[in-house]
Ligand binder design. Sequence first.
Ligand code: HDE
Length: 665
Amino acid sequence: MTTQQGTPVSDDQNSLTIGPRGPTLLEDFHFREKIFHFDHERIPERVVHARGYGAHGYFETYESLSDLTSADVFQRAGDRVDAFVRFSTVAGNKGSPDLARDVRGFAVKLYTKEGNWDIVGNNMPVFFIQDAIKFPDLIHAAKPEPDRGFPQAQTAHDNFWDFMSLMPEAMHMVMWIMSDRAIPRSFRFMEGFGVHTFRLVNAAGDAKFVKFHWKPKLGLQSVMWDEAVKINGADPDFHRRDLWHAIQSGDYPEWELGLQVFDDDFADSFDFDVLDATKLIPEEDVPVRKVGRLVLDRMVDNFFAETEQVAFCTQNIVPGVDFSNDPLLQGRNFSYLDTQLKRLGGPNFTHIPINAPKCPFRHFQQDGHMAMHNPTGRANYEPNSWDGAERGPREAPDQGFRSFPRSEQGEARRVRPESFADHYSQARQFYVSQTETEQQHIVDALVFELSKVRTANIRERMVAHLLNIDEDAARAVANGLGIAELPDRADPARQPKTDLSPSPALSILKNGPERFSGRKVGALVTDGVDAKLLNALRKALKEEGAELAIIAPTVGGVTDSEGSSIEVNEQIAGGPSVLFDAVAILPSSDHAATLCHEPAARAFLTDAFRHKKYIAYSDAALDLFDAAGLSDAPDDGCVRLSGKKDVLSFIGQCRSLRYWDRDVS
Ligand code: HDE
């Protein structure tokens, strides 16, 4: 061990004092340096998206897109560039739980040969507001109320819904955040969206509009709200642990990059303005073309150095990509550079390895706090008349980034475009595109959140907006809130369209996985567990690409029916069923009573049942069903395991993730 200066350290246990009990000496430079450094370990957390988790990987292009864009990353099939991704929640602070009802950030940095390209997206394709000038208000309203400092990582409070109810433009996004999209099962099972319309520009200078999509290979999956609440208690790091575990065990998560490409004609004919970030373009109207894949295959070496210090900036684009006039995007292009200065403390944050380009870079920018790369040689300006190495870099008119030469004109005014005035049509389209189960979840979420709102007026204003979206939903929410008389419908700036076709791509349940891979079964076992059955289950899950976790009365291990010792992953109280996608209840007949007397074991089963999970069980488990008050429970979503065939049919069922038809009333 040395000091930061490299001086060898002889004693790191005791500070330097006069005599064994005397005062500490100022000359103890080792102590002074150690404490000084510790005192300065923190940097400001991100003002939004503070809680996040990052991983490394690569992006691979499927085919040349040179007809569409000159971006180097898309020129050659099979080309790979390094990538870094940070997933996040928005409202909570750095220590907030992973399963907050919230939008998830999906920020991707591609280290291309022509510079870093950041696609700083979310897991929802639309946003709350149309103009960046409202962003501070939105975030202030969502974060803890300033006088009391709570609630943390929750939108279920008066300030948030007060603001929402006064912002009709937010209604589409309200439907998204009240849907199961806001409580994903894992980062691995969620989509990402660039949200804004961007441009792709080819070598000839022809431009098309584009929207970016990330499609998870494992399909979409979310949890239920009651599970989310319980997961937050049982494992507040559920999402980061999931990503860590998947990557460490070699099960690398993968997303495909999809492009929705369209031209001015489509933009002009589309029902909504493509510059309005509260609108999406249904995939049924403009299909998503898959052009490459993103694979995450390496965790960071150090969380702070990489995940905390990574600086995403929407303005980091590369030749062949350009912005649109979306006013939200334009505002972000200002904000991200600004925020990095505050967070990372100086203008040289690109010198931090995670932010540095991996391609050669040369410029005349110099000095400043913590400067690591300064120009070498004599010239630090251009033009200059020096030769050779002293001359320094020069601009490259042919290869360098050129903004798409669009023409703009008009008066400088503060005005919201007329074409942004429809606030309800796509909110309705989203709602009617959901399955009945998903619609019920949206209604339940609205009732839950608005029931936390103390001001009756605010609750009513929200119902007044819902009446413009779907009358049945509005009535159901009003009922849930105990509003006897429906308020008048909110006065819309433009009459909503009620005839937009449903878009199946907007539903999670219509876009689930084909297999159970990447998921986990929790098996609740006791001593004497049927060895053959457990092995068959473990083997079949492995073949499916899924995992088995063993939950038992003690963590010290259990002995199976053949006398072998089985490693236990969780003690019952620490491994509730909310942590698993499906469960197996496999006590031996000699020890079933132990489970029946254990409240956590009964809760394991009742929760799995209530959360509509597939449940495999052995004969002896029926005692636990009785003890849990579920004597009549075994239904078509419960599979009695007596041999290998049953194991396979259980896994076959698990592929549909939940038994939504279960009646839990
Ligand atoms: Fe952000 N956003 N944002 N945002 N955002 C930040 O930049 C901002 C918006 C998004 O993992 C901040 O580095 C404004 C939309 C992600 O490090 C800040 C507006 C979308 C992340 C900022 C928006 C996003 C951020 C805070 C309204 C989806 C986390 C820390 C115009 C398309 C990136 C930071 C990471 C972070 C500003 C709206 C996504 C303050 C002004 C829309 C994923 O610059």
